[in-house]
Design a binder for this molecule. Sequence first.
Ligand code: F0G
Length: 458
Amino acid sequence: MPVIIEPFRIKSVEPIHFTTKEERRSILQKAGYNAFRIHARDVLIDLLTDSGTSAMSSDQWAGIMQGDESYAGSESFFHFNDTIKDITGMPYVIPTHQGRAAEKIIFSILGGKGKYFISNTLFDTTRANIEFSGAEGIDLLCEEGKHPAVPAPFKGNIDTEALAQTIKEKGAANIPMVIITITNNSGGGQPVSMQNIKQVREICSANNIPLFIDACRFAENAYFIKLREEGYSDKTVKEIARELFSYADGCTMSAKKDAFANIGGFLAMHDKELAMRCRNLLIITEGFTTYGGLAGRDLEAIAIGLKEVLDENYLQYRIRSTDYLLQKLITAGVPVIQPAGGHAVYIDAKAFLPHIPLAQYPGQSLVCALYEEGGIRSVEIGSLMFGKYDAAGNLVPAMMELVRLAIPRRVYTQSHIDYVAETIIEVFSKRNSLGGLRILEETPLLRHFTAILEPVSI
Ligand code: F0G
């Protein structure tokens, strides 16, 4: 395959800070073995998230200067509004300060005790906002999605049979919404096929249940459809994106991902009445309807970013560079989710560290080892993030124990990625010497952000 080069040149650079392994050991201990508690300055390559960490383009920076900061009716809002309407076809667009603010608004209105929200896989903040409203979230991932090492083109799909069955069991009236997360972040960044979205639409229509899309990485998902689904290779990514949004009643989006923005999000929908209720909440929590929780300059950067992300040269480079890291790991025998996700590579920590019991968080142990070895920050998506306790206080583990290496957009070069692969392979060669962790302090919701842990051997 020909080399696919970064489709940009670098105009502005930011130094990264080197530390020694000794220093990193002490940093880890002070951070309670939780990568969220490490100062960014002490991280060499930061793969904690692809959220808000993109490099903005020169056009976006120019847009920042041109942002209209008017409280009401800002020009930048109309640019934002028109761009989102053009891509989604949804007439009511509501800016928010990030994705979870959009979630908070919609689930406060539609959630509550006795309600169920069904998804392929809910992201952690989405699930937390649903549960905070008193409702329950149900993940119905397709069978292929549950087997990390078995490649399949659309491992993010919802299990449509289980969806129909669950609607019957819980009662359509108790299900305010089905949510498809594209790509499926917590399930390996895997895409959802157009056919799956269409089938879910049919099931939702037959039961009178609205379908929403969690659209954070819609362009990456659309590009996978172009590459992998029959009938789409000649369509533009924009046409594919428009088609997939056409099956939905609404969407939530974090602009910190596929819009290349450092902050921002939105809600968009077809239902005027629901939009009015959302805007009422928006005004008391986020801000007036033409800025949400954002500055005019942010709205401008998002509008420009949403156009840039549909550039297929960019998407080809993006998907290819994630796969580049994956292939290096596969060659070295490191257990990973296959194929590569759009925004991230996911290591299967259960297979990497089979000697560490799930109740000692093998994923988190690997996160710490990658930091100690090479100053690389990653994130556990496993039982620390999603585990629950049963009545006896025993851990009910998550479905998978993953370590995500999320690749910020347009930030790192191929040699940075070569270094990441080398570090992981080095840790893999001494995996038998790694031990587990125990939790010392935790919160009831989203505990992974703040938990304090210690090595079990202590
Ligand atoms: N939905 C998905 C699928 C996400 O990946 C995220 C954020 C959100 C919703 C919430 O958006 O951060 O703007 O409030 N994901 C980040 C991550 C944090 O690291 O994957 P937000």
